[in-house]
Design a protein around this ligand. Sequence first.
Ligand code: SF4
Length: 296
Amino acid sequence: MPDNDQRIRYATKGADGKFKPPFPVSPVELTELTRKMVCREENGTHLRKYTSFYGVGVYGGIATAYSVGCNFRCVFCWVDWSRDWPERYGSFYTPGQVYQRLREVMSGCGYRRARISGAEPTLCPEHLCSVLDLVHREREAFDLFVIETNGVVISQERGFAERLEKYASRDRTRGTVGHVRLSIRGGQPEAFEEKTGCTQDSMELPFIAARRLWDAQVSFHVAVVVDERFTSPDEEERIYERLADIDQSIASSVEREILDPYPHALVRLRAVRREDITGNKISRKEEAVLRKKPPA
Ligand code: SF4
């Protein structure tokens, strides 16, 4: 793909309030495009791009591997420019190197928890499962390993949910430490498109993922953006109904997300004309990230 394929950049809207082409995009196509830039195989080892490894206070303190590349284009996304210019950011790491870096952060911070975050961790399934193999092998060092996802890859690749169950099982007797946090971005097609920059028909994919994770006995919960600037009470209710159709316990345990106006989120929101959130004037923190934005 050409390096300037606009499907990989952030979504923008014209004066008519509609997405400018090529948006909305297919998350399945974005998966394929992004994989070419962030997943690599060398001599049978599956590498993935990351930008950093650090400790952070969420989940009671957790070591975090910041991966590169996502297959949604959420307009409120807080991830840095590595999401939109994956070809420019990050370095390739083997599963062993990722595991080692996470363990170093855990030791330095006194944590027993780790996660892969920053973008869409499931984009390179073989790499992810190799990291999870290492975690599972030394699971006595962990009390939790979080696998964050928007569910697109799980919905597309048969058997992936079953693979995850080996590392993140609802059956406590299996002794796994993994847990999946599945983000569901929309419950009404138009609203889903507005939020994710992705085609309305792809709204179903995270629900398919929820069904597969449930059927495969994976330990998971769903996170929903309930911020009324993005999700109406009607839409929120629809999401809960859809989840309850799978199992009431999934709907009952939803993590309710309220969004913070991080600088990259403000730039992306301004690009889709959400001045109701950004305000009319470009803030200093937006200016700072705009200065670092690669050329289109
Ligand atoms: S908010 Fe999450 S799912 Fe949406 S584009 Fe950003 S990293 Fe991807």
